[in-house]
Design a protein around this ligand. Structure first.
Ligand SMILES: NC(=O)C1=CN([C@@H]2O[C@H](COP(=O)(O)OP(=O)(O)OC[C@H]3O[C@@H](n4cnc5c(N)ncnc54)[C@H](O)[C@@H]3O)[C@@H](O)[C@H]2O)C=CC1
Ligand SMILES: CC(C)CC(=O)C(=O)O
Ligand SMILES: [Mg+2]
Length: 360
């Protein structure tokens, strides 16, 4: 069977880390006799240079023909917010891509690698063995709600509105409970219901959904406390269910329990098998073009694509095993070198890809 994979190279470190991910996909194809047909899709900086827009219609049309989408990070340096090429990439490409394909479930799983125990900024006794799955709502909330700029009483005023419909909460809550059933059977809803009326709706709807999952415990935590508890006692979490913005923030925080954001992939899923797979991090402009970015986040995104879109479970697991094995042999990209570990075997982006490919 031939699988159609749409590929967005992304900006800055995007093409470098995507090249390594595609190297791994090629190894899997040869080893298991699969055919992955790649369609390169133009978006973000690349599309802006050519067409003056970040997500052309022809890109969406081609993406719709694919079975899965593999994506590098989009975006420019945060300090170039007003540069025409980068202004609006997030609202003009990242968010519409997720919305267009109705990819409302974003999975971001944080775990720690034994081999990187000295890298975590948190004591090993606290993080050892953690596995936290953040189930983040991805196509609604404050990132998509009405925005307004106006002048009031002679000064500028801006607003972004957090809007959630009951049905949007219900469908993502169901997903969280379903994932929890195959894990440690605990869902923690993270919101801010002491002040946000939308969070009250999240609590009400999630409690209703919970009635259909008697084998799963539902817990509630305010987001300020949750951000502290993630550091203090991350082992208490199994599945964290949360809205778009809190999931965005908490997943970056959770990722560093392992030592580096460069390790983590994500899956964005809807109601069909067409999923979008990408690192949780951004385009890291300051380290681009130096062969130092960690490609593991994108390589593990390939594993998630094989698992969730193609049901190639053994192939997915073989990539994850190879990553753990390469790390256990001491190979490190620079972001994986902690203080006092200067003697580590530092390798570049391409070399890390080669090592994982050879391991597979
Ligand atoms: N899904 C997407 O396409 C996302 C895009 N962005 C965009 O990316 C751009 C840069 O965003 P920032 O806030 O600077 O966050 P960032 O995630 O790009 O970088 C944060 C820090 O992590 C480091 N880092 C990130 N990925 C790494 C890797 N693979 N290996 C080693 N180190 C890595 C960077 O060097 C930097 O120190 C912005 O335009 C932002 O909007 C941000 C997050 C997600
Ligand atoms: C456009 C942003 C919401 C992208 C981002 O930071 C993310 O999805 O993690
Ligand atoms: Mg983010």
């Amino acid at each position: 069977m031939a699988y159609q994979v749409g590929v967005f190279n992304g900006d800055y470190i995007g093409p470098e880390i995507m090249a390594e991910a595609l190297k791994i996909l090629d190894v899997i194809a040869k080893k298991h006799n699969h055919q992955f047909d790649l369609t390169f899709l133009e978006a973000s900086g690349e599309a802006f240079d050519k067409y003056g827009e970040h997500l052309p219609q022809h890109t969406l049309d081609k993406a719709a023909q694919c079975d899965a989408l593999l994506k590098g990070p989009f975006g420019g340096p945060p300090e170039e917010l007003n540069h025409p090429k980068w202004a609006g990439v997030e609202k003009g490409a990242i968010l519409p891509l997720r919305k267009h394909f109705n990819l409302y479930t974003n999975l971001r799983e944080t775990q720690v690698f034994d081999a990187l125990r000295d890298l975590s900024p948190i004591k090993w006794d606290i993080v050892r063995g953690i596995n936290v799955l953040i189930v983040r709502e991805l196509t609604s909330g404050i990132y998509f709600g009405p925005k307004n700029n106006q002048v009031v009483d002679g000064e500028r005023e801006s607003s972004d509105l957090e809007v959630y419909r009951e049905s949007e909460i219900r469908r993502i809550a169901k997903k969280a409970f379903e994932y929890a059933q195959n894990r440690n059977r605990k869902v923690t809803l993270v919101a801010k219901s002491n002040v946000l009326t939308s969070s009250v709706l999240w609590r009400e709807v999630t409690a209703e959904v919970a009635k259909d999952y008697a084998d799963v415990t539902l817990d509630y935590m305010h987001v300020d406390n949750a951000s502290m508890q993630l550091i203090l006692n991350p082992r208490q979490f199994d599945v964290i269910l949360t809205n778009n913005i809190f999931g965005d923030i908490l997943s970056d925080e959770a990722s560093v329990l392992s030592g580096s954001i460069g390790l983590f992939p994500s899956a964005s899923l809807g109601d069909t098998t067409l999923g979008l797979y990408e690192p949780i991090h951004g385009s890291a402009p300051s380290i681009a073009g130096k062969n130092i970015a960690n490609p593991i986040s994108t390589i593990l995104s390939v594993a998630l694509m094989l698992r969730y879109s193609f049901a190639l479970h053994e192939e997915a697991a073989s990539i994850e095993r190879a990553v753990a094995e390469v790390l256990s042999k001491g190979h490190r990209t620079v972001d994986l070198v902690g203080p006092g570990q200067e003697s580590a075997n530092v390798v570049g982006t391409r070399e890390m890809g080669d090592l994982i490919a050879n391991e597979i």
